[in-house]
Design a protein around this ligand. Structure first.
Ligand code: ARG
Length: 596
């Protein structure tokens, strides 16, 4: 089974070949002028150059060859040698029936499935998430789903930031604030009488909750910036933690646990769920042998007490800094854990490809780490890819901050958007018949759709401005608009079912029906583009166009009041549209409610 475009390309290619011209020039694309044609082929122009002939003559010859193809309603030459194609109603109906019968809604799979790891989300212990984490979560989740749907074996990993300098800052701050915890930790460190008493210590740590970490971290971070001694202590604490000093280690485990529980809850509310929740700390055991190996391979260089790998290449446009493997305090750095994680993933999963869905601002970091990995033979050149993205900005053009000027907390963001969604539903007179629990559920889905679609409709490299009023509107190119259309189809189908009507054979006669089927047919191409470019906006665009096409179809083609045959056909079209729309939304990580 293939989409219309591919089938037509084959037919036109055969016509080119029959005329003694390069077959590959017979490629068709969706028409630039939908009022004139469904598809077009521009190949006669380059073919004319090759054959030193008049392009119009070539186009005419190809058209003559195609004239008897039953799939074509019409095929004509235009202008300087363009070929315009309209698909026949029968061919459209047949393709629609194929899509309707297909559990994959007309979408193909990759030829050779690969193992792909998607590294996304990347939240940190205690450090609040910023817009980069939000975008990474939304885009990464979608990329993961798109890759999986196309047939790859895909694993998503949160790569939890739990092993850096912020850990030393927090350990110090908590011990300062709670002398009893401080004592307990020191006793454990010293291996004294309390050393066995892990349970007592853990019970004592329970009084430090997420709110405390949220409060203490920014204070400690600010103090670390201003006060060299304080910073020095935090660095030493970090190094001691990484050496697994027992008291620090136990306290750190508590931080990681409380943060992770809250983060997973917030991510889940946003429809973001990781297959793996590995932390930077998980590769700690690999670091020492890795450093030894890098050394043995002659890749490590001493640099003022630190140990680095030089990754600059001849021909680089600007000088790329080296990878800092061991700091002068002896700590593992951000890039060190990333390098060790590449090794870890190679051994545990063996990915053919790793996608790092991370803020564009980290582009250099990844280039440096990837080069070091290739040098060390930890990955095949090209197997590691940074999938960068721009920022979500405030109206001031700077990365979005809350009204109080702080970085956003995911949960606050969801709450704020849900409030807005409720307001919008009331305004539009929607959801009035729902019971309170169903209304809440609908408001939540509208909120998630608003946030995610606003992000995913842009090519990921583009920055955009956070504008909740626009994102949450039921009109325009928004998530709520898409949900509204999906719910509208559901309601038509419910009414039909109540009347005992069901879908049947699809016939395509009205222009709006043609357009709808052509869009259903374009799903596969949208997915292929999204996959190749790691860009969910192609799927978002498809979902939007499909919803619009349905809306036009619904206005032009009565369903429930039509004759029995037409009703059956249009119900089948509506049902298939809904299934494909929901499939596309699912790939964006968005779910439509049953009613609103
Ligand atoms: N935790 C990092 C940060 O907040 C993001 C992690 C991205 N993934 C990676 N493998 N480095 O910046």
């Amino acid at each position: 089974m293939s989409d219309l475009k591919r089938g037509l390309s084959e037919a036109v290619a055969a016509a080119f070949a029959a005329a003694g011209l390069p077959a590959e020039l017979g490629r068709v694309t969706p028409s630039d002028r939908p009022d004139l044609a469904d598809f077009q082929c521009n190949g006669a122009l380059p073919a004319a150059k090759v054959a030193r002939r008049d392009p119009r003559e070539i186009a005419a010859e190809v058209v003559a060859h195609l004239a008897s193809d039953p799939r074509l309603g019409s095929v004509e030459t235009a202008g300087l040698g363009f070929i315009n194609i309209r698909v026949s109603a029968e061919a459209l109906a047949q393709r629609a029936a194929e899509i309707a019968a297909d559990p994959r809604l007309g979408a193909g799979v990759v030829e050779t499935p690969r193992k792909v790891l998607v590294d996304y989300g990347g939240p940190n212990v205690a450090k609040p998430m910023h817009v980069g984490h939000l975008r990474s979560s939304i885009i990464g989740e979608s990329v993961k789903r798109i890759y999986r749907f196309r047939g790859d074996e895909v694993v998503g990993d949160a790569h939890f930031g739990d092993w850096g300098y912020q850990m030393g800052l927090l350990i110090g701050a908590v011990m300062d604030e709670h002398p009893d915890i401080g004592e307990q930790v020191e006793a454990l460190n010293a291996g004294g009488p309390a050393a066995d008493d892990v349970e007592t210590a853990e019970a004592l740590f329970e009084k430090v909750g997420l709110a405390d970490l949220d409060r203490l971290y920014p204070e400690a971070a600010a103090r670390g910036k201003a006060d060299a001694d304080y910073r020095d202590r935090a660095r030493k604490l970090t190094a001691a933690l990484q050496d697994r000093t027992p008291g620090y280690f136990l306290l750190w485990r508590h931080f990681a646990k409380v943060t992770r529980v809250a983060l997973e809850r917030d991510f889940h509310a946003l429809g973001v769920d990781f297959d793996l929740w590995k932390g930077e700390s998980d590769v700690e055991d690999l670091i020492e042998p890795m450093v030894a190996e890098l050394d043995a391979k002659g890749l490590l260089v001493d640099d003022q007490g630190a140990r680095i790998v030089r990754v600059a290449r001849q021909g680089d446009k600007r000088e790329l800094p080296p990878l800092l493997v061991v700091s002068s305090e002896g700590s593992a750095m951000y890039g060190t854990t990333d390098l060790a994680t590449i090794l870890d993933r190679k051994e545990s999963f063996g990915p053919d490809h790793v996608l790092y869905v991370v803020d564009q601002r980290q582009a250099d970091h990844f280039e440096i780490v990837f080069r070091a990995a290739y040098l060390a033979g930890y990955a095949v050149e090209g197997a590691l890819e940074h999938v960068g993205f721009g920022t979500m900005n405030g109206t001031d053009g700077k990365p979005f901050k809350t009204r109080e000027g702080g970085v956003l907390k995911l949960n606050d963001m969801i709450v704020m958007t849900r409030d807005k969604a409720r307001e919008r539903l009331h305004e539009a007179g929607l959801g009035a018949e729902l019971d309170p629990a169903a209304f809440e559920d609908t408001a939540h889905r509208v909120a998630v759709a608003a946030l995610k679609f606003a992000d995913l409709q842009n090519f990921r490299g583009t920055s955009y401005v956070f504008d909740l009023d626009r994102f949450s509107s039921f009109e325009g190119k928004t998530g709520p608009y898409l949900l509204y259309q999906a719910v509208r189809i559901k309601s038509v189908l419910r009414k039909a079912a109540d009347e005992g009507a069901a879908g049947g054979e699809i016939v395509v006669s009205e222009a709006a029906e043609r357009d709808l089927v052509l869009l259903l047919d374009a799903f596969d191409q949208a997915l292929a583009d999204a996959y190749d470019k790691k860009a969910p906006n192609f799927v978002a665009e498809h979902a939007y166009k499909l919803a619009q096409a349905f809306s036009k179809f619904y206005a032009a083609c009565p369903i429930l009041s039509a004759s029995p045959e037409l009703k059956a056909s249009r119900l089948a079209l509506a049902q298939t549209t809904l299934r494909q729309l929901e499939a596309a939304l699912d790939l964006l990580g968005i779910e439509a409610p049953e009613r609103m």
